[in-house]
Write a protein that binds this ligand. Structure first.
Ligand code: NI
Length: 224
């Protein structure tokens, strides 16, 4: 499943991040990909070893941690340090695979979900859509600044060439407590329905029972 998580960052945060990104040290985006990715990737990334990187990744990590919708959809067990990229005119990232396992500090994490957090206003650049393939075909995604798309890391995906302007984004991976995409999607749907029943009718025996069911499914399916 693909999910659109709106307003992960406030407009003020988007503005501050983009100001900081202008001062940051940029390197070739091929620094962080494997062999297949390197042959189709043409963009720039912020150097994670540079001084400007830490405050950027902290802002995004904190924003993710305060978003109930992100939590409900991703059920994150670990979240990679967010990276930051930009595509200027003519730059692109062809169809590729995200590696299944990534270094995360001293250990490894499995990539169950990939996320792109859009930072540039969609009208400020042309092209640059994130195109994701799933069993229903290709989906083209271009979101408002501050919004995030979450999609299975198992999907082939690409970024269309930017033909005008500049596309800036942050991107990251999630290892979920629920490895299976379909189980995670069912839990998300159950969670959304419980929340909406509670909002409409307040707490009731039925919502308590559904909440119990949600947690028992999570307990049964989670990997930790
Ligand atoms: Ni990718």
């Amino acid at each position: 499943m693909m999910y659109h998580i709106p307003a992960v960052l406030t407009p003020d945060e988007v503005y501050a991040i983009r100001q900081q990104m202008q001062q940051a040290a940029w390197i070739d985006g091929r620094a962080t990909v494997g062999h297949q990715g390197a042959t189709v990737k043409n963009n720039q990334q912020i150097d994670t070893g540079s001084a400007g990187y830490a405050p950027l990744q902290e802002t995004v990590t904190q924003a993710l941690n305060r978003s109930p919708l992100f939590f409900a959809a991703a059920l994150p067990l670990s979240i990679s340090s967010p990276l930051f990229n930009r595509y200027q005119q003519g730059e692109t990232y062809g169809f590729h695979v995200d590696g299944a396992m990534r270094r995360n500090g001293a250990s490894w994490m499995r990539t169950d979900l990939s996320a792109t957090l859009f930072l540039s206003a969609p009208e400020s650049y042309e092209g640059g859509e994130l195109v994701i393939e799933d069993t229903y075909g290709q989906h083209s995604v271009k979101l408002p600044a501050g919004d995030l798309v979450l999609y299975p890391s198992s999907s082939l995906h690409c970024v269309n060439p930017v033909t005008a302007g500049c596309r800036e984004a942050s991107f990251l991976w999630i290892q979920s407590m629920i490895r299976d995409d379909k189980q995670r999607a069912m839990l998300f749907e159950l969670d959304r329905n419980i929340q909406s029943l509670k909002a409409r009718h307040g707490d009731s025996e039925e919502t308590l029972s559904l909440l119990n069911m949600y947690h028992n499914l999570l307990r049964g399916w989670s990997e930790t």
